[in-house]
Design a protein around this ligand. Structure first.
Ligand SMILES: [Zn+2]
Ligand SMILES: [Zn+2]
Ligand SMILES: [Zn+2]
Length: 283
């Protein structure tokens, strides 16, 4: 499985386009790995995770031919992950007429966002499939996909995490979420897989006071780098991950980030890898 991170920031991007804070100024001056766009991941050539407005830019910057994409797994309805207005570019006057529909998997919040935005899904050659049961696997072109519970305001955005397996390899897509809910831990404990790669939500990277219990018991719907280290520790404890598992951080927010090199220096102590736009994880 070839996993490529196309966007690794929270919703405002880094540098935040309208922001002049010290982190954004430093990242703007340095460029390269310090430019982070909105969330999207591509697996092999045909399986997308999330569909933000940055999709067009991702295809140019990373030289991708998205005509090969057959499926998009959507994590939740927040705009930095899912911008269905962009599906108009799949209309007949914007592309070669192809018969194949792109299948969009998502929970109720995701599908109702499509319904509210796209008048005629047929024109955009998309077909939505509802995920109404968590922890129940489905098959997508040889991939076994299992939606898991996230701690990220499910009631309004229908957030899920995805466990994706193929050819004896397993990848856990773990954003957006705070420390995993207990039901997800019990599923993972019994899943009987070995995780080769995990991507985790490190939105509040520098906030060490944000731990697995949140802050003063309050969930922030996201994690810090330290909290991600606690997830890694428990994944190893329950035997689903080990020191060969690549644990990569994403979804950094400008208000709790630093430059890429500064963040990597801090993450080194915990065996964590700081993701960046374009990063390829081969498993
Ligand atoms: Zn997000
Ligand atoms: Zn900023
Ligand atoms: Zn979100």
């Amino acid at each position: 499985m070839r996993i490529q991170l196309l966007g690794t920031a929270a919703s405002e991007g880094i540098p935040g386009v309208f922001c002049n804070c010290e982190v954004c100024k430093a990242c703007r001056a340095l460029g390269g790995k310090n430019f982070r766009s909105r969330q999207q991941t591509i697996i092999d050539e045909g399986l997308l995770i999330d569909f933000p407005a940055d999709t067009v830019m991702h295809s140019y910057v990373h030289g991708l031919n998205l005509s090969k994409v057959h499926t998009c797994l959507v994590t939740h309805s927040h705009g930095d992950h899912f911008c269905p207005t962009e599906f108009f570019i799949r209309g007949a006057s914007f592309m070669d007429l192809i018969e194949e529909r792109m299948t969009i998997y998502g929970t109720e919040a995701v599908l109702s966002k499509i319904e509210k935005t796209i008048e005629n899904p047929e024109k955009s050659r998309i077909a939505g499939i509802l995920i109404d049961t968590l922890f129940e696997s489905f098959e997508v072109r040889g991939y076994k996909v299992t939606p898991l519970a996230a701690d990220h305001d499910y009631a309004t955005c229908g957030s899920v995490l995805y466990l994706i397996e193929k050819d004896g390899k397993a990848y856990l897509h773990g954003t957006d979420t705070a420390y995993f809910p207990e039901e997800t831990w019990s599923f993972l404990e019994k899943a009987g897989v070995h995780l080769d790669a995990v991507v985790l939500d490190a939105t509040f990277f520098t906030w060490d006071h944000l731990t697995k219990t949140g802050v003063d018991g309050l969930s922030y719907g996201h994690m810090s780098m330290f909290c991600c280290a606690q997830v890694k520790e428990r994944l190893e404890e329950i035997g689903i991950a080990d020191r060969n598992t690549k644990v990569v951080l994403t979804h950094m927010a400008h208000c709790a980030a630093a430059t890429h090199d500064e963040m990597q220096k801090k993450a080194d102590a915990y065996g964590l890898i700081v993701g960046y736009d374009g990063m390829v994880i081969d498993i």
